[in-house]
Design a protein around this ligand. Structure first.
Ligand SMILES: [Zn+2]
Length: 372
């Protein structure tokens, strides 16, 4: 396990790329931002909007939203700045919602005046697929994440709206690719290809229950020719700048509601309580989770020093939030013991060792981290 010499991002992140100086692709991509003509890209976005803008008042783009900060930023940009008439689509999960999450979800329609479709998976199905994905893959939201891509694209096709607006190109921002494009089509095709229908059908999920994750057919795609785009291509992606903007439009963070363990901010991924468990599961598998993600990003952006980042990672990154875990196990009907027994098999033996019954990063890896 290596850590990026500049930002501390570990190479256990699936798909991560490092150069021969030990610098991660996310840092290299971030540096490239400085040479980008953002004015020019803004013009490109406007041109793209003009291509799809409708004079008859019909919806002219679809924005898949969760209700969070990025959703607010996308709706703000498309509606307020580009003057488009978006249709918002949410694929919900039935985990307990935070108060801020509920208010933010409603705020999108209230502040921006957009129509908004909520697609809720069957709660019984959600519970079963989430249990399967948690127990077998250590990735509880595998099914829901497939639905999050399939449903809005199929709806956009059904409504006859080609332009679909996504937020950040996370492959590029987190450095698992060095190629940047405004089109999200390649990413989405890759996600569609990775949906393994047989996996579910072989685990007593019936054909009737997998509709939400079935990708659109080739014929349908050709008929409407959807154009999914990443906003991060047109606008430099910065959580702190975006936060400043969306707060003026009624977005609420968790500051007055919940201080989450294992996390060092209170405005990202805040909609549902149990979601933190999904994020934390990267820790046993790859030796890092949310605090590392945020700290690395802030180091890259120049708002956090390397030594401060190290301190935060050591103090917080291993922690699983108790409230999130309680919500997760209550909803999925596990006891705490059952939960931890399942986790047991996911601890990556290459990087963790068990010391007095507790899994810890191996001494050699810890020393590697401290060397940076
Ligand atoms: Zn880096």
């Amino acid at each position: 396990m290596r850590y990026c010499a500049k930002c501390l991002m570990p190479d256990t992140r699936p798909g991560s790329i490092f150069d021969d100086k030990g610098v991660c692709q996310a840092c290299i991509n971030y540096e490239k931002r400085k040479t980008i003509d953002w004015e020019e890209r803004r013009k490109q976005l406007r041109k793209l909007c003009d291509k799809y803008r409708r004079e008859d008042g019909y919806y002219d783009c679809v924005i898949p939203v969760s209700g969070g900060k990025d959703s607010h930023f996308l709706v703000y940009t498309m509606k307020e700045e580009m003057g488009m008439n978006p249709l918002l689509i949410t694929v919900g999960d039935p985990f307990t919602k935070t108060e801020a999450g509920l208010r933010n979800y409603r705020n999108l329609g209230d502040t921006f005046g957009c129509d908004h479709i909520l697609f809720d998976l069957s709660i019984d199905l959600f519970r079963r697929v989430t249990r399967i994905a948690f127990e077998e893959l250590g990735n509880p939201l595998r099914f829901v994440e497939a639905a999050i891509y399939s449903v809005p694209i199929k709806m956009a096709i059904q409504f006859g709206i080609p332009l679909i607006v996504y937020g950040e190109n996370s492959a590029y921002e987190y450095g698992t690719t060095d190629r940047e494009s405004y089109s999200a089509m390649e990413t989405i095709s890759r996600i569609f290809k990775s949906i393994d229908m047989d996996f579910w059908l072989q685990r007593r999920i019936s054909r009737k229950e997998v509709n939400a994750i079935i990708p659109p057919t080739k014929e349908k795609l050709e008929e409407v020719q959807p154009e999914p785009i990443f906003m991060s291509y047109f606008s430099p992606w910065s959580s702190t700048t975006h936060l400043g903007i969306v707060k003026r439009y009624g977005f609420r963070d968790l500051a007055h509601e919940w201080k989450r363990e294992g996390c060092i901010e209170d405005f990202e991924q805040i909609d549902s309580v149990a979601y933190m468990v999904h994020l934390w599961l990267k820790y046993p598998k790859f030796g890092f989770q949310r605090t590392s993600d945020i700290a690395s990003r802030r180091v890259r952006e120049g708002t956090l020093s390397l030594s401060e980042a190290k301190k935060l990672i050591m103090e917080h990154d291993h922690k699983l939030d108790q409230r999130a875990m309680d919500d997760f196990i209550n909803f999925l009907r596990y006891t705490p013991k059952q939960f931890w027994d399942i986790i047991e098999k996911f601890w990556n033996r290459d990087i963790f060792e068990k010391v007095e019954g507790v899994w810890r990063l191996k001494k050699s890896i810890y020393e590697e981290f401290m060397k940076i």
